[in-house]
Design a protein around this ligand. Sequence first.
Ligand SMILES: NC(=O)c1ccc[n+]([C@@H]2O[C@H](COP(=O)([O-])OP(=O)(O)OC[C@H]3O[C@@H](n4cnc5c(N)ncnc54)[C@H](OP(=O)(O)O)[C@@H]3O)[C@@H](O)[C@H]2O)c1
Length: 259
Amino acid sequence: MARARSAIVTGASRGVGFYIASGLARRGYRLLLMARRRGPLEEAARRLEAMGAAEAVAWPGDLRVEGHVRGAVEEAVRRFGGVDAVVMSYGNPSCEPCLLHEARWSDWVEAAELYLASTAAMLKALVELNPGKASVLLVSSATYLEPMPPLVVADTVRAGLVKLARLASRGYPSRLRVNVLLLGSYDTPGARETIARLASRRGADPGELWEREVVARSPLRSTGDPEGLGELAACLLESTEYLAGAAILVDGLMTPCSQ
Ligand SMILES: NC(=O)c1ccc[n+]([C@@H]2O[C@H](COP(=O)([O-])OP(=O)(O)OC[C@H]3O[C@@H](n4cnc5c(N)ncnc54)[C@H](OP(=O)(O)O)[C@@H]3O)[C@@H](O)[C@H]2O)c1
């Protein structure tokens, strides 16, 4: 009997990572889920199995620790016999929202570990440990094209993900196919927390700020729909080999035409 398809999803306990894991669960994947807090991750695993995942394993770990990232690949290969797909969703830098003059040295180091070192470690572990070829999707933001000053740390650092995706896909064409999602706005706990912090700094109402700074940025006057994102991500992960090293804009038209 053919082995069920398997995936590692990071940042999987909530938000974008959970939405994408849901798309894979609905297709019957076996999932290894990573985030730092065990409780919410185990709850996410239960919900994903209820949605149709053949298996959902909670694997608590921190993306900023090389051994945790490598351990996730080791465990997925041991349990599933190989990894077909990897989705890397991340957190946000702890200083966010912060302007350039407010960011400390340690904020830049944290972001470099969270986005770049973690991704490089994941790709290296896949090349070294995974018996087959993995399709990898990295979660980045449309604000990489149209930067927002309070996201300067995240946007500057994750710009490197686009280069990494292309270099890794070109360097290991029989082992890796890596693409990047440049997302517009999704209603997630993390996005709500960033807006709440911004509102408290400006003495503004969080609900109003959400409408003005998030919803109204798209001419569609809405945030992205989670189910659609999960379905799209699953399609991209399973799509043609020719889609590799690409940055794919899914932004509800919020990025101006000049980009
Ligand atoms: N929401 C949007 O509109 C949007 C748009 C474009 C891009 N993005 C990007 O997409 C990513 C996810 O955003 P989100 O809004 O879904 O955030 P979120 O709601 O805060 O979810 C973040 C997830 O990542 C996990 N996580 C955070 N830091 C981690 C670490 N060091 N190691 C392992 N897991 C970690 C969290 O669980 P634990 O805290 O338990 O670890 C949680 O599962 C972020 O990089 C964000 O910038 C989001």
